[in-house]
Design a protein around this ligand. Structure first.
Ligand SMILES: [Zn+2]
Length: 273
């Protein structure tokens, strides 16, 4: 288990706590429906995580899955618990059985060591630009992977004047998303193709009317742009009622471990049973 406070970036905090990169990326994935790790992180945010570690002859070999995690972000506390259902599928749920996996990811920018943290967000006039051009700009290094925020069919993949290289995705219901100024599209992204949530669909660039490398992201409902930072996103599937009791019993020990992780803040404990 590990616990850390965000100082400059998620990876810096994770390094200080001795957290393997694999677990850090899982952490960003688990909370990716609630937290835009590119824009939402703040100094003083905290996280605790309980994860699997494989040992051979008492020596730590590799990290496994996150079993439970807690993220305090901008004054709210989110918790996630791994649950394996009867058919073997694994998902993360909050204490009340609501799903951590949402219909949409909060951020279209793939998190990495380079893009991690909130320092770049300060240079990103998201709220200032929103009214003017109905999208959110993510300033990111050229070539940063851009991912589909939800399962979709590709409704457009090509070039449009101001947008440069642009992808439009049609999601279930009335939702669509748009990703502009890309340096390149992923090879499988053709009109009519299916993409899954989290798939890399293209790469950050500055094609079209862009003064520097950034991703211009639009979120549309019935063809009309909404602010993706504030729009209420549809939820994923909750834990089935028949599994709630077993789930509630299972998370008792994980909750105790999270509490212990908080109490030993700043230290890494190699714990195996
Ligand atoms: Zn823009």
């Amino acid at each position: 288990m590990a616990t850390a406070e965000i100082g400059s970036s998620l990876f810096a905090a994770a390094d200080a706590a001795g957290l393997p990169d694999l677990v850090t990326l899982q952490l960003a994935d688990v909370f990716g429906g609630d937290i835009d790790f590119f824009l939402d992180l703040r100094r003083g945010d905290r996280f605790s995580v309980v994860y699997e570690m494989r040992y051979v002859d008492g020596e730590a070999i590799s990290a496994g899955r996150i079993i439970a995690a807690e993220f305090e972000n901008r004054g709210r506390t989110l918790r996630a618990y791994l649950w394996r259902s009867d058919d073997g599928t694994e998902n993360y749920y909050a204490e009340d059985g609501s799903p951590l996996r949402k219909a949409f990811l909060r951020s279209p920018v793939e998190l990495s060591r380079v893009t991690s943290g909130f320092t770049m967000a300060r240079f990103n006039p998201v709220l200032l630009t929103w009214r003017a051009h109905k999208g959110v700009d993510y300033a990111a290094p050229m070539g940063t992977p851009v991912r589909a925020t939800a399962d979709a069919r590709v409704s457009f993949a090509g070039t449009q004047n101001g947008y440069g290289n642009v992808i439009e995705l049609q999601h279930r219901g009335a939702f669509s998303t748009l990703y502009a100024h890309l340096s390149a599209l992923a090879p499988q992204v053709k009109q009519g193709a299916r993409v899954m949530q989290g798939d890399v669909i293209g790469y950050v660039g500055q094609t079209g009317w862009a003064t520097g490398p950034h991703l211009h992201y639009e979120f549309r409902v019935d063809g009309e742009q909404h602010n993706p930072l504030t729009v209420a996103l549809p939820n994923g599937e909750p834990l089935p009622g028949t599994q709630r009791t077993a789930f509630a019993q299972t998370i008792v020990s994980a909750t105790a471990q999270l509490k212990l992780a908080r109490e030993i803040a700043g230290t890494l404990v190699a714990g195996g049973e």
